[in-house]
Design a protein around this ligand. Sequence first.
Ligand SMILES: NC(=O)c1ccc[n+]([C@@H]2O[C@H](COP(=O)([O-])OP(=O)(O)OC[C@H]3O[C@@H](n4cnc5c(N)ncnc54)[C@H](OP(=O)(O)O)[C@@H]3O)[C@@H](O)[C@H]2O)c1
Length: 247
Amino acid sequence: MNIKGNTVLITGGATGIGFALAETFLKAGNVVIICGRRQNKLDAARNKLRGVHTFTCDVTKKADRQALFRWTEDKFPGLNILINNAGVQGFADLKKGLQGLPHDVNEIGTNLVAPIQLSAQFTPSFLKKDAAAIINVTSGLGFVPIASMPIYCATKAALHSFTLSQRRQFRNTPILVFEIIPPMVATELGGQESATARGMNPAVLADEVLNAIAEDKFEIPIGEASGLVEGSKANFEATFQRLNSWG
Ligand SMILES: NC(=O)c1ccc[n+]([C@@H]2O[C@H](COP(=O)([O-])OP(=O)(O)OC[C@H]3O[C@@H](n4cnc5c(N)ncnc54)[C@H](OP(=O)(O)O)[C@@H]3O)[C@@H](O)[C@H]2O)c1
């Protein structure tokens, strides 16, 4: 796919991986729109990224998704790439029953329902474009789960499965379907106070992603996520045991 001259909407684009993708798509010569819930994060991103457009939106809320869609239809009729990047992550201690479930993060709504609903919302318009793309951000943990984050991993596995069906249904249409499969990346995902020193630099990931999109590589495992994707196919049990022996 041509990675220049597009209009790109990135959910959760004010921080972390979404911010790095916004910066990289801007540098490559695209119009970029980011959305998220926190106005201060959107304002900070706008100060850092010259030319980026922002919209305050909670992707788990139907009214917010519809408002976002109407706003982009009005202001950015050329919008042709949707990146379903917004995500949240929580730990769950299943032995504690209801008490052990995460109460402050809506993983299913954010990581799974929102990408499905937003994809459907933009599909009729994308089908009329010469070229369009839906890009879902899953995780290496969607291929091999880490047991301490059971709901997060389940949402990413489900989004991976949904992406396969999307790609199949959209074959022979203008809509290309990509899946970004990050490894551990240094962001604030999961409520960490500051971006952890551990993990890949999001800017490095974003560069790899744009190169892969330019080469029409539709499934894009990055760094150590490749080991989980390959391990899930070659020897799932051994890969699962190895991953879960860490914690
Ligand atoms: N970091 C990693 O190690 C890693 C690994 C694999 C996959 N991923 C995936 O990469 C994606 C980006 O995560 P990240 O690591 O860059 O973490 P991050 O910095 O915490 O980014 C997540 C973004 O999503 C936004 N968001 C969360 N809930 C939202 C909602 N309901 N509506 C709108 N926006 C919402 C957040 O902004 P607001 O809170 O302001 O809404 C934030 O900007 C996620 O899908 C994550 O699962 C990350």
